[in-house]
Design a protein around this ligand. Structure first.
Ligand code: NAD
Length: 265
């Protein structure tokens, strides 16, 4: 990014960083000098290759935690791993997320609960575990990856919209509680970013709306995005870096939209 930000000496946790936006943020932090703990699902050998390449490419330490964001104790254990290994954590990005698209009458109960756990409850456990270390270090950045769906709704996404509105409330409450501790807590709310999460919801949206793939992309996904372009992973990662800068130290308890104008309408 063009703004001068150094994260040398900082330790960052990015949940759900084996793919998509999370991976982009973890690499952007590493490029600025931060040690990063990556987390997420996927093929163990591929994740190890990714972890090792972050260390060699950026000259930082990179840890991997396989913690399942469905399980509170594993989320707490992930934060403990970073604190025990590095002596503390400075930056926490709650990014892990899943999506499921269905009319409410048919929405599977287990999917609803899974989405709330991964997209919202995991952030509670991670924030709760990370704040004591941030307080000890006298500095902290909590960044919650919300969505335009944290500000407005779309049909067939009841669990996701509920979780994203919820994380906005959690983020604001935490901001008030740690305001005098040099810790900020904010949400980034992207519009549609082309990642596996978006790609994978296309078949269900085709089914729910009776549309072709092209119609879903143009008439559903990009319909609400006035720029008619997908947001890039790098654009979201740069905002996360900005939130870690000194320039952003007075920005707390808010949501930064990166949505090509979606929520202006
Ligand atoms: P993605 O599918 O590419 O990545 C999701 C990550 O979360 C992966 O690393 C996956 O392994 C991890 N994950 C999923 N379930 C997990 C679990 N139980 N435990 C641990 N990790 C788990 O998705 P993405 O598009 O990069 O989304 C990242 C975040 O950005 C999500 O919170 C999503 O809601 C948000 N977001 C995405 C978009 C978009 O258009 N892509 C828009 C707005 C917000």
């Amino acid at each position: 990014m063009s703004l001068q930000v150094s994260l040398q000496g900082k330790n960052a946790i990015v949940t759900g960083s084996t793919s998509g936006i999370g991976m982009g943020i973890a690499k952007a932090f590493a490029k600025l000098g931060a040690n990063v703990l990556i987390n997420g699902l996927g093929d163990a050998a591929q994740i190890e290759t990714e972890r090792a390449s972050i260390e060699t490419e950026f000259g930082v330490k990179c840890l991997y935690s396989p913690a399942n964001m469905m399980v509170g104790s594993e989320v707490t254990g992930m934060v403990k791993l970073a604190v025990d290994t590095w002596g503390g954590v400075d930056i926490l990005v709650n990014n892990a997320g899943i999506q499921f698209v269905s009319p409410i009458e048919e929405f599977p109960d287990d999917k609803f609960e899974q989405i709330i756990r991964i997209n919202l409850v995991a952030a509670f456990y991670a924030i709760k575990a990370a704040i004591p270390s941030m307080k000890t270090r006298g500095w902290g950045r909590i960044i919650n990856i919300s969505s335009a769906h944290g500000l407005v709704a779309s049909p067939f996404k009841s669990a996701y919209v509920a979780a994203k509105h919820g994380i906005s409330g959690l983020s604001k409450t935490v901001a008030l509680e740690v305001a005098t501790s040099k810790i900020t807590s904010n949400c980034i709310a992207p519009g549609y970013v082309w990642t596996p999460l978006v790609e994978s919801q296309i078949p269900d949206t085709m089914k729910a709306r009776g549309m072709t793939k092209e119609q879903v992309i143009n008439d559903v996904l990009l319909h609400a995005q006035p720029t008619k372009e997908f947001v890039t992973i790098e654009q979201v990662a740069d905002i996360a870096c900005f939130l870690c800068s000194d320039a952003a130290s007075a920005i707390t308890g808010t949501t930064l939209s990166v949505d090509g104008g979606w929520t202006a309408a």
